[in-house]
Design a protein around this ligand. Structure first.
Ligand SMILES: Nc1ncnc2c1ncn2[C@@H]1O[C@H](COP(=O)(O)OP(=O)(O)OP(=O)(O)O)[C@@H](O)[C@H]1O
Ligand SMILES: [Mg+2]
Length: 250
């Protein structure tokens, strides 16, 4: 369904992606893990067509999105839902208008159809009676749920999630992971999730790829990764200072 083929990208004079290849099959939950600054969000932005690689290609449902026209990209975006890092809700819009946004932008629906779809999407994520509130009036966990409702309201086939549980307490994180798994089942979604939370990764993933300094250092089935003796995986799971991962602050 999604094929990332040898992509490279330079940003701000630095090579951020250094030849990334991966494949996501239909119905699969593919999770990309790795330390802060390793290029996870940049990779995700390439997969949704927001950034173009310097080299390589990204094929979604047979279409090379690095060469697609504006119209083709708009069409393919209809099949994608995205939860951005931090949620990226519009502060000046109510919950209702935040969730309705992709419908107004991508589809031509009546106000009544929009109202029904927004209600259904909010119900799917377990929110009720918050339509007229603004994002700042919600808790962090509720804001995440609104971001999820917005991402699934247009009934996408693939859901992209960038750090959906970062900044939440462990219990709220677990409920958000459960919501992700339920949305995947309920809507027959393919998932691509980026996270540095290993517990989240194992709760959600069928496949896991670890990114480090713009390279995929390990990938495999979630079970293989959990049992792996790979030093990158061990160090990341244990949060240890000892190992191949070295965090640079620049
Ligand atoms: N638009 C940009 N211009 C210049 N450099 C960028 C840009 N976007 C990202 N970078 C750089 O690319 C590197 C990877 O950034 P990215 O946001 O993908 O990291 P990440 O793995 O998502 O980190 P985190 O876990 O903290 O979200 C960083 O060094 C960042 O400064
Ligand atoms: Mg990021």
């Amino acid at each position: 369904m999604i094929k990332v083929d040898s992509i490279r990208k330079r940003l701000g004079g630095k090579e951020v992606l250094k030849g990334i290849s991966l494949e996501v099959k239909e119905g699969e939950a593919f999770v990309i893990i790795g330390p802060s600054g390793c290029g996870k969000s940049v990779l995700l932005k390439h997969m949704i067509g927001l950034m173009k690689p310097d080299e390589g290609r990204i094929v979604i449902n047979g279409l090379d999105i690095t060469k697609a026209s504006h119209e083709e990209l708009l069409e393919i975006r209809k099949s994608m839902g995205v939860v951005f890092q931090g949620g990226a809700l519009f502060d000046s819009l109510t919950v209702f208008e935040n969730v309705a946004f992709p419908l107004r932008k991508l589809l031509k629906l009546s106000e009544e159809e929009i109202r029904q779809r927004v209600e259904l999407a909010l119900e799917r994520v377990g929110l009720q009676g918050v339509e007229n509130l603004y994002p700042e009036e919600l808790s962090g966990g509720m804001r995440k749920r609104v971001a999820f409702a917005r991402a699934v309201v247009a009934m996408p086939k693939v859901l992209f999630l960038d750090e959906p549980t970062t900044g939440l307490d462990p219990v709220t994180s677990a409920t958000i992971d459960e919501l992700i798994v339920n949305l995947k089942k309920g809507l027959s979604l393919t998932l691509v999730m980026v996270t540095h939370d290993m517990r989240s990764a194992f709760r959600v993933a069928d496949k896991i790829a670890m990114l480090y300094e713009g390279v995929i250092v390990v990938q495999g089935d979630a079970k293989e990764i959990r049992e792996s003796n790979n030093p990158f995986i061990r160090q990341f799971m244990e949060g240890s200072l000892e190992g191949p991962i070295c965090v640079k602050l620049a």
